[in-house]
Design a protein around this ligand. Structure first.
Ligand SMILES: Nc1ncnc2c1ncn2[C@@H]1O[C@H](COP(=O)(O)OP(=O)(O)OP(=O)(O)O)[C@@H](O)[C@H]1O
Ligand SMILES: [Mg+2]
Length: 359
């Protein structure tokens, strides 16, 4: 029995995580690229690694796939340490950023390739290839070559080629990079629905926060080789654990405030309880602010810039030293504030602010 077979047969406990990354560190020479990264992925879950360029997303994915060996830590699939298992024996399938399709093989040839290499019988190959092409809606394209397909179709062939091998964990490294913005949006929804329909467990890599919010059951935000927070998209957006996560996801205003008697007083006079002490940074989302007529509140400012973005109106308000961003729904526009208007700012829900140490 191969180690891969052993691993795939060992999954008896359905509640145990399929993939566990434990304290993985990876260095290239003296440069530490991953620092003690830990993450667990459950059966059927899509977890996204999100972070800016160079933070270590691809390196972590390559460690899981087996292309790199970490210096420290363990990577377990169905409870078995995979670090000693060679790439071609790991029960994982990788979809790369460049689809890496074979140009001289047809769609059918590309999808069948991995099964042929594994010596799967011919009748089983044609059944499994047909199923995989069906699942990505590419029946009828069997005899085309990659150059005769659109970017989105090539991308689906790349996914079918991995799905056909029935991996325990699907790894996708920025699979939509080559697509235009509109197709990307459609493919995100399609791919999420496909992974869910097949009940697959997946790790998805992107540096695009909207893509992460669309695709994921949970998001792991990475910075400088560390995982800063792992949580469902809503929690990442609404309750970012660190100022870095708050700044990275969505728009945010950071306002230095003083803590007194366990409370922070916001610039509009409202207060919020906090466990922090001394000086803090309060993060207020732009849609948690309201622009009102000057004279109605203590937080006075002037509209520096105003623009309409489809259903939203965005303001940049100068208030003392600070530049504050405000976003309102267009139908909320009780009056059209313009550049130069003197206004007041109000926090809509003080409890929706998050508070961080000032350092
Ligand atoms: N083989 C290598 N040798 C040395 N350094 C490397 C190697 N591969 C990656 N690095 C470095 O490790 C860091 C993390 O790279 P990685 O490719 O994991 O980033 P990433 O988060 O995937 O970035 P991107 O969003 O640009 O794809 C970078 O600073 C990169 O230069
Ligand atoms: Mg990368």
């Amino acid at each position: 029995m191969t180690i891969a077979q052993d691993i795939s047969l060992a999954s008896s406990d359905k509640t145990a995580p399929v993939l566990r990354v434990e304290n993985v560190s990876k260095r290239f020479g003296t440069f530490t690229v991953l620092q003690s990264c830990s993450i667990s992925v459950s059966e059927g879950e899509i977890v996204t690694l999100l972070g800016s360029s160079g933070c270590g997303k691809t390196t972590l994915l390559r460690c899981i796939a087996g292309f790199w060996a970490p210096e420290e830590g363990m990577i377990l699939i169905d409870g078995h340490n995979t670090v000693p298992v060679p790439v071609n024996r790991r029960p994982v399938g990788v979809v790369f950023q460049s689809y890496a399709l074979f140009p001289h093989l047809t769609v059918e040839g590309n999808v069948a390739y991995g099964l042929r290499m594994r010596g799967v019988p011919r009748s089983e190959i044609s059944r499994r290839v047909a199923d995989a092409l069906e699942s990505v809606s590419l029946r009828g394209f069997e005899n085309r070559y990659p150059s005769q397909l659109s970017g989105g179709q090539q991308q689906r062939v790349a996914i079918a080629r991995v799905l056909v091998l029935e991996p325990r964990v699907l790894l996708l490294d920025e699979p939509f990079n080559a697509l235009d913005a509109k197709l990307r949006g459609t493919m995100q929804i399609e791919l999420r629905e496909l992974i869910k329909r097949l009940g697959m467990t997946a790790i998805f890599v992107t540096h695009d926060q909207e893509e992460a919010l669309t695709m994921s059951d949970r998001i792991a935000v990475m910075q400088g080789g560390r995982i800063e927070q792992v949580a469902p998209p809503d929690e990442i957006f609404d309750r970012p654990a660190t100022a870095y996560v708050a700044d990275f996801i969505g728009l945010s205003n950071f306002i230095p405030c003083k803590v007194r008697d366990g409370k922070v007083t916001l610039p509009d006079g409202q207060s919020v309880a906090t466990k922090e002490s001394d000086t803090v940074k309060v993060m207020i989302r732009p849609h948690n602010l309201r622009v009102t007529a000057q004279g109605t509140g203590p937080w006075q400012g002037q509209v520096r810039f105003q623009r309409n973005i489809g259903p939203l109106i965005e303001y940049i308000v100068t208030a003392g030293e600070a530049e504050i961003r405000v976003v309102a729904m267009r139908q909320d526009r009780t009056r059209p504030w313009s550049e130069g208007d003197a206004i007041s700012l109000e926090v809509i829900d003080p409890e929706y602010c998050t508070i961080y140490p000032a350092v």
